[in-house]
Design a protein around this ligand. Structure first.
Ligand code: FES
Ligand code: FES
Length: 175
């Protein structure tokens, strides 16, 4: 049987350029985790439904399980491993710690990368919009109220009234 064709790829991940050859079907998520050893980015559903795999491509958030690595030639990818500045946590990482915005932590890298993208987009002006625009990131532990507080704080959004902030309905995916 013929070996699968491989395609050359140069991609920058967390400021470091990588040149490699890949089969066309390798997702960005599998490139990060399996080829580059960056396991901070999580694989949840592997079909675009949970947001655990969210990373930033040229500053925009993306589900890395839904994009092929070869489509990202020449792009700059940032994962959770690339957010801190040496020993200094990224403000969102610090806020997640301060607000206790995780339990198992499996969704957390995706939540934080998604929040970086959200803030870059500049579209969220209130807590309700943070919830809506983070709704692609699911937290099975239900840490949504704390996640909302952490993201809102860094985004400079005043928290809603306590009632609104706790209006989390089981089975929905508010942020
Ligand atoms: S692993 Fe990509 S969205 Fe769930
Ligand atoms: S902290 Fe466990 S899934 Fe979100």
């Amino acid at each position: 049987m013929q070996a699968p064709e491989r395609h050359p790829l140069t991609i920058t991940v967390n400021g470091r350029e990588h040149t490699l050859e890949l089969e066309a079907w390798v997702t960005l998520l599998d490139l990060l985790r399996e080829r580059l050893g960056l396991t901070g980015t999580k694989k949840g559903c592997d079909q675009g439904q949970c947001g655990a795999c969210t990373v930033l491509v040229d500053g925009r958030r993306i589900n890395s399980c839904l994009t092929l690595a070869v489509m990202q030639v020449g792009r700059s990818v940032t994962t959770i491993e690339g957010l801190a500045d040496g020993d200094k946590l990224h403000p969102l990482q610090q806020a997640f710690v301060e607000h206790d915005a995780f339990q198992c932590g499996y969704c957390t890298p995706g939540q934080i990368c998604s929040a970086v993208g959200l803030i870059n987009e500049g579209q969220a002006k209130c807590s309700a919009e943070v919830r809506e625009l983070m709704s692609g990131n699911v937290c099975r532990c239900g840490a949504y109220p704390q996640i909302l507080r952490a993201v809102s704080q860094v985004a400079g959004i005043a928290p809603d009234s306590e009632n609104a902030e706790h209006a989390v309905v089981t089975g929905t995916v508010p942020a």
